[in-house]
Design a protein around this ligand. Structure first.
Ligand code: NAP
Length: 206
């Protein structure tokens, strides 16, 4: 059986663990995201949907030659801006991850598909297939927590990178970085670094 890629979750969060409801330091977040030079960025559908309006209006520079692939978990077939994602200038190409129950796609849609799982995308199988067929060795997860929780529950996360912002999201928070991951999973601290503007960067291994 093909070995699955190394999976790192890199997330910007408030002190109370939220991924929404505060103003993240986007520049620092993406500067640190370059640490892993991932072969594949893995995003949840809701993360992409949160940007769809902006994507629809943007005229991107086109695919980034030599850049990572983008794979979007889209079990319910909700994402529509596939070409805008490909043209956004961050990724070399885009793959839609679907499952057998994903609603029928519009004819002629210009995006590669990988279908795994019955009612939801089989995340383990999708990662193995991307490793086997695309030579993906390192995956960086970009998610608001829903996808991260599912990956952690399935034992598919190797590293967690938390960029902690000096604020509380409080009742403005709607998502938390761990999603529905099981409680009491032990983590091993790899590094802890103070950064300018009160940011703290924590890296853990499973
Ligand atoms: N602070 C940060 O670093 C950061 C990073 C990214 C995004 N965000 C924010 O977070 C929000 C979105 O986050 P979110 O947590 O709602 O969603 P998300 O993690 O982007 O997306 C959830 C995805 O996970 C899939 N999923 C969940 N459980 C699954 C399972 N058991 N098996 C297979 N697939 C599963 C869902 O599948 P289906 O397709 O089947 O529903 C969906 O595609 C946005 O507001 C975004 O702006 C913050």
């Amino acid at each position: 059986m093909a070995q699955r890629p190394y999976v790192v979750v890199h997330v910007g969060m408030s002190v109370d663990g939220a991924t929404t409801g505060f103003q993240p330091d986007v520049a620092r977040f993406y500067q640190l995201a370059q640490t892993w030079t991932e072969d594949l960025t893995l995003a949840g559908a809701d993360t992409i949907l949160a940007q769809e309006e902006a994507l629809a209006q943007a005229e991107g520079p086109g695919p980034a030659e030599g850049g990572p692939l983008l794979a979007v978990v889209d079990g319910r077939g909700r994402v529509t801006q596939w070409e805008a994602l490909r043209d956004a200038g961050h990724w070399s190409d885009v793959v839609a991850l679907h499952c057998a129950s994903t609603p029928e796609r519009p004819p002629g849609r210009q995006v590669r598909e990988l279908v795994t799982g019955a009612d939801r995308v089989d995340l383990a199988e999708a990662l193995r297939a991307l490793g086997r067929d695309d030579g993906v060795r390192v995956v960086r997860v970009d998610s608001g927590g829903g996808l991260t929780g599912a990956l952690m529950t399935a034992g598919l996360v190797d590293e967690i990178s938390l960029l902690v912002h000096p604020c509380l999201a409080g009742e403005r928070a709607t998502r938390f970085w761990y999603g529905s991951a099981p409680a009491a999973a032990p983590l091993i601290l790899a590094t802890a670094q103070s950064l300018p503007d009160g940011l703290v960067w924590l890296r853990y291994h499973r």
